[in-house]
Design a binder for this molecule. Structure first.
Ligand code: 4AD
Ligand code: MG
Length: 481
């Protein structure tokens, strides 16, 4: 490779060396200064060209967005704003960019506009920083599990089951939608479909993960999951990535310890390995918040917020205690909640989660032991409590500014209890027989959880819309690019 990556040059002290860089023009000023970015850093390198010695043919093609190869001498910069620059001896245009058509001009573009040109937004500083942080988090997650001897398992994307039992699935079919085959009774005949049965995109790898955990001990999955929930919010995607560890012989406390450890560990990794990106994103957020009223601005900057989470123990609270706190809370008394908390058993809405995390505890909270009726069928059932309430060994981790980051539980390992629960919620046992074998043969206490990867990236980058932390977001009415 004849060229050097720009991040290396920005750090070196070896002035006087001949260098070649290849990248894209970010700006071109005064017919003299080209800011070049090759993606290796948020920062550009400045090349100073000699107007007189550069052919007019080349000069007129140096525009924002064009790909260039610049050869020259690395020198200590004369100007402000950078330490090094290149005194160019030769500029070559690798790929032109028509300035009348290239949508990314050197000015501030709104995040909304950049979402519309998501195919080009990688070329901005903000998205460079975001996807570097995403990359670092992703690597840190694999590193964390690898160091603890968890086995990385690839669970299927196309499945015949609804792991969460919530029915929010995307169907996978090759049937001709204009001529759907029917059975004698008029139903769609999935026997004639590609897999000979009805299939969908997975909503979670958990059930398959459980099978592996009951052989390997500790496993994790990290892959795309799909939910056809019609939630057009800043926290929901139709396609998102989830990390799902599953551990044999783990009870709920072990599960919580692991989840807390994981989140702190990977956030520390980002603090250690992405200082420039975090500094950039911190300043971006400060800038963005300037336009907000004082009361809506964050108390702490992005880096301090991440450090706070890493350094402080998460609060662990039962659902029952949380409901008591919410019932007595000011917004509930003053009827400011859209969904007032009246009685035990209510599902918590994001306004309640935010109150607990942002107003009451002011730190991440692990809520445990939810009512059985608002949670998935596979969760381990607690004995009925003194008030006759039935709860499960569930845990959700709530984060400031994000809401639910993690959902998990200890699993029901008792075959009879599990079958009864499936019958109660209407999950056909016949289709899930393979899953039930875990409870038939060598069943053990086991636990696991799922981390919404994009929600983690949201927290680490200080972005406020989940569409900005995945390269090509899929949301209701949007599957562009
Ligand atoms: O709470 P959920 O639905 O849990 C499960 O799927 C379990 N099977 C996990 C397990 O125990 N192995 O989803 C887990 C996490 C949520 O806490 C949230 O962070 C994220 O996945 N999540 C979403 N993220 C983005 N868009 C969506 N539509 C999401 N739905 C869930
Ligand atoms: Mg959940």
């Amino acid at each position: 490779m004849e060229h050097t990556r720009i991040n290396r040059l920005l750090k070196t002290d070896e002035f006087g060396q001949e260098v070649i860089v290849k990248g894209w023009v970010r700006t071109f000023r005064n017919n003299q200064f080209i800011a070049i970015n090759d993606g290796s850093s948020i920062n550009n390198i400045q090349a100073v060209i000699d107007f007189a010695n550069t052919p007019a043919e080349v000069m007129k093609k140096i525009h924002t967005g064009a790909a260039v190869r610049v050869k020259g001498t690395l020198i200590e910069s004369q100007g402000k704003g950078q330490r090094v620059e290149i005194k160019a001896s030769e500029v070559h245009i690798i790929g032109e960019a028509d300035p009348d058509r290239y949508p990314l001009q050197p000015k501030k573009h709104s995040l909304e506009f950049l979402r519309e040109i998501a195919h080009l937004r990688f070329r901005t500083g903000t998205f460079n920083a975001i996807f570097k942080v995403r990359n670092a988090l992703s690597f840190a997650i694999h590193k964390f599990f690898n160091e603890r001897e968890f086995v990385y398992i690839h669970t299927p994307i196309v499945t015949g089951s609804d792991a969460e039992g919530a029915g929010e699935m995307f169907r996978v079919t090759t049937l001709d939608l204009n001529n759907v085959p029917r059975t004698d009774t008029g139903e769609v005949d999935f026997k004639q479909d590609f897999f000979g049965k009805s299939t969908n995109l997975t909503v979670s790898g958990q059930l398959n993960g459980e099978l592996a955990a009951l052989a390997f001990g500790n496993i994790y999955t990290f892959g795309p999951t799909f939910r056809a929930e019609n939630s057009n919010t800043t926290r929901h995607l139709a396609e998102f990535w989830m990390i799902e560890p599953e551990m044999a012989f783990y009870e709920l406390e072990d599960n919580m310890d692991l989840a807390e450890d994981l989140l702190k560990n990977v956030l520390q990794y980002v603090l250690d390995h992405c200082p420039e990106e975090l500094e950039f994103l911190k300043n971006r957020l400060l800038e963005e918040e300037k336009s907000k009223p004082q009361k809506d601005r964050s108390e702490h900057n992005l880096i301090d917020k991440i450090k706070f989470v890493v350094d402080n123990k998460f609060e662990r609270v039962s659902y029952t205690d949380a409901v008591d706190i919410l019932k007595r809370s000011k917004p509930n008394q003053k009827k400011q909640f859209k969904y007032p908390i009246e009685s035990w058993g209510a599902d918590l809405q994001s306004e309640h989660e935010r109150y607990l995390v942002e107003k009451h505890y002011k730190k991440p909270v692990i809520l445990t032991d939810y009512p059985r009726d608002i949670k998935a069928f596979y969760m381990k059932q607690n004995p009925t409590d003194e008030n006759g309430n039935q709860t499960v060994r569930a845990m959700d981790i709530l984060f400031p500014g994000i809401g639910e980051m993690v959902g998990g539980s200890q699993r029901e390992e008792n075959l009879e209890k599990l079958i009864t629960r499936m019958e109660e919620v209407g999950i056909p046992q016949k289709e899930m027989d393979w899953f039930l074998d875990t409870r038939r043969f060598g069943s053990v206490p086991h636990s696991g959880f799922g981390v919404g990867f994009e929600r983690l990236v949201l927290f680490a980058t200080g972005m406020s819309n989940i569409r900005d932390v995945i390269p090509f977001p899929r949301t209701p009415n949007n599957a562009e690019f």
